[in-house]
Design a binder for this molecule. Structure first.
Ligand code: NAP
Length: 285
């Protein structure tokens, strides 16, 4: 029985990245659909749940992706709503690599040092990766603040995190180097989750700060999010702090993503969202 993965992407084109990783994770055939919404996903889901019976059903699975976390979450909810009784297949949500990237990053930080009681700041924590990272850090018991260039956007993201994960995170406006340096002054953990190719923190903002113990940056494209650490850093000591760069985190992210794809075909009942993916990341870190 061929392992079929259906990629439901909320963007105008199905993701090439997610397609490649799906094959590398063990799918025999990957079929991508674009512009998927809660309104049009029903017929696609029906095609996955009414075609194979019994154990054969686990060889069909769904991956929800795309650049927008809110849209991805809505599509996942609509997919799950369509399932009933044995008419279901395994499904994974990873809009913009959010779950796998944040899970890999925070799992590596948690392995390096205990996070409970630490002050953590997620710089530009309003995107898919940053919001998930903030949630995982808070679930580890850290006192989490996210920054945004605008207070409104930060507050909205904090509210969405609270609604989804039942954890409180604070939001502060930090539109420039000076305000971001101020935001990390008391932090023990800094997680940079900004858009690709933007520096968020200059070296001078963290190098001599005795409070900062752990640094993570998921932006792989220069200029990197945190000046003074390298993309390949994986637990590297830099100025007395432990640093993780985008490629250091990305290795685990890719392994995790592939492992989740493989697990989709272990049963027809799997749901791989933040909680399940973070639990697996902690096992693999
Ligand atoms: P995103 O949504 O594109 O951006 C995150 C936040 O960055 C935005 O919400 C925005 O926050 C801020 N931002 C945007 N432009 C900015 C600018 N010019 N200056 C300062 N801040 C800016 O990012 P994402 O999809 O969550 O991904 C986060 C990072 O993870 C990206 O760099 C992505 O490439 C990387 N990534 C890495 C891996 C890996 O394996 N290493 C995998 C996937 C993604 P505000 O508007 O609130 O300020």
């Amino acid at each position: 029985m061929k392992k079929l993965l259906f990629l439901f992407d909320t963007d105008p084109m199905p993701s090439v990245f997610d397609t490649v990783v799906a094959y590398d994770g063990g799918a025999d055939r990957v079929t991508g659909y674009a512009n998927v919404t809660p309104e049009n996903v029903g017929a696609l889901v029906d095609g996955t749940i009414y075609t194979r019976g019994g154990k054969d059903k686990q060889s069909t699975a769904i991956f929800v992706g795309g650049g927008d976390m809110t849209k991805g979450e809505a599509v996942l909810a609509a997919v799950k709503k369509r399932f009933f009784g044995p008419f279901r297949v395994s499904v994974m949500l990873d809009s913009n690599g959010s779950n796998t990237t944040a899970a890999a990053g925070v799992a590596l930080l948690a392995k390096a040092k205990k996070l409970k009681g630490k002050k953590a700041v997620v710089l530009a924590g309003t995107g898919p990766v940053g919001m998930r990272a903030a949630a995982f850090l808070a679930q580890e018991g850290a006192d989490v603040t996210i920054t945004s260039r605008t207070k409104d956007k930060g507050d909205q993201a904090a509210k969405a995190i609270e609604q989804r994960f039942n954890v409180k995170v604070k939001a502060v406006a930090a539109p420039d180097d000076k305000t971001r340096a101020e935001a990390v002054k008391d932090a023990n953990v800094v997680f940079a989750a900004g858009a690709i190719g933007f520096q968020l923190l200059p070296l001078s903002a963290w190098k001599d700060n005795p409070n900062i113990e752990l640094l993570a940056d998921v932006n792989a494209q220069p200029p990197l999010g945190i000046e003074g650490i390298e993309a390949t850093d994986k637990g590297k000591e830099r100025n007395g702090k432990i640093a993780f760069g985008a490629l250091g985190i990305g290795g685990l992210k890719l392994k995790l993503h592939r492992a989740c794809i493989g697990k989709l075909f272990d049963s027809s009942e799997g749901v791989f969202d933040a909680e399940e993916i973070y639990a697996l990341a902690k096992e693999m870190a």
